[in-house]
Design a protein around this ligand. Sequence first.
Ligand SMILES: NC(=O)c1ccc[n+]([C@@H]2O[C@H](COP(=O)([O-])OP(=O)(O)OC[C@H]3O[C@@H](n4cnc5c(N)ncnc54)[C@H](O)[C@@H]3O)[C@@H](O)[C@H]2O)c1
Ligand SMILES: [Zn+2]
Ligand SMILES: [Zn+2]
Length: 373
Amino acid sequence: MIKTKAAVVYEIGKPIVIEELELDDDLQDGEVLIKYTHAGLCHSDLHIKNGDMEARLPMVLGHEGAGIVEKVGPGVTRVKPGDQVVCSFIPNCGTCRYCASGQQSICDMGAGILEGGLPNDRWPMKNSKGEAVGGMCMLGTFSQYNVISQASCVKVDDDVPLDKAVLVGCGVPTGWGSAVNTANVRPGETVVVYGIGGIGINAVQGAAYAGAKNLIAVDPLENKREKALELGATHAFATAEEAMEKVTELTRGQMADKLIITTGLVEEPQVTTGFHTVGKGGTVVLTGLNKLDLDNIKLPGSIMTLFRKTVKGSLFGDCNPTTDIPRIIGLYQSGDIKLDELITKTYKLEDVNEGYEDLEEGKNVRGVMIHQH
Ligand SMILES: NC(=O)c1ccc[n+]([C@@H]2O[C@H](COP(=O)([O-])OP(=O)(O)OC[C@H]3O[C@@H](n4cnc5c(N)ncnc54)[C@H](O)[C@@H]3O)[C@@H](O)[C@H]2O)c1
Ligand SMILES: [Zn+2]
Ligand SMILES: [Zn+2]
């Protein structure tokens, strides 16, 4: 048993509690003890705190993480002590129907990510009252240490800077892949991205890399629009309506090929305007989230049929973490993907509430927590 300081959500809408937890490090089959060095502040954790996405509580937040393997349990073959690891917010077993067909982001092991126990239904974290505490996405990266499945670990080279590579645990592949994989952006296309946060800025980077000719970013905040223009957008607007007007002009009425929604909360008007901003054969990608039971899509089906439009969801940018996390890190090392420019501010674990206030106020493209040990 070891002690670890962590950021725990007990009640929806209440501040996140910083406390010391007991972590059972008597590792079982396939388990890894990780010392987290860095964690990213993604909006999905805020959804848990605000109740916009229902999870089992109490839960240690944090699903964008990187660290060093301290110890491994029996049967662990993917990593060894001392390895640097970027965590994948969806574990991949490697053998289920989805993993085996190259769709690791919908691995069956992902079923438990909002529960927070390990795949073998083990709950290694307990609070001082002896209650089992889950970890967001089976990771709980807002903890100094945690026990995670080897299925959540992607080993990266020793010279990879984890303070930047941490973003490749969620935000970068989710956004980049939403453009490159899910939207399948092709050279010369017109692409629109709604919402330039930690996810959307990477959809901009992905669409630019894939060769979008017109790349239009939409965000009500000026700092976000500036960042989008810095990292590849050709135009930026505060509203979806202005973007639609520009798309009409740029394409002589043919409208956009792809539109990606990465706003903090996806709401019906965004989806409706997005649907009408893509043209014939166009695709709308939904990457942002909202309450699990909210019907936030209401569209004219006949227009969808006659114009052969597609609306599709994207999870983890439809990436395969075991191959795409190293691939994206390689593109960072060659200068093709920017990571340093995405980090607005760093925080200590104790400052997690301030970090989420900054996110809610729109100050951060991405905030990163640096763990102290
Ligand atoms: N599908 C996945 O795999 C996946 C993974 C991670 C995060 N997410 C989700 O993606 C969303 C974005 O996450 P993030 O961390 O980038 O959040 P963020 O808060 O950093 O960014 C959201 C941005 O959207 C902007 N915005 C809000 N309303 C808007 C509107 N109507 N039009 C245009 N822009 C608007 C905000 O100003 C902000 O810049 C969240 O819902 C998150 O839960 C999905
Ligand atoms: Zn995330
Ligand atoms: Zn699987």
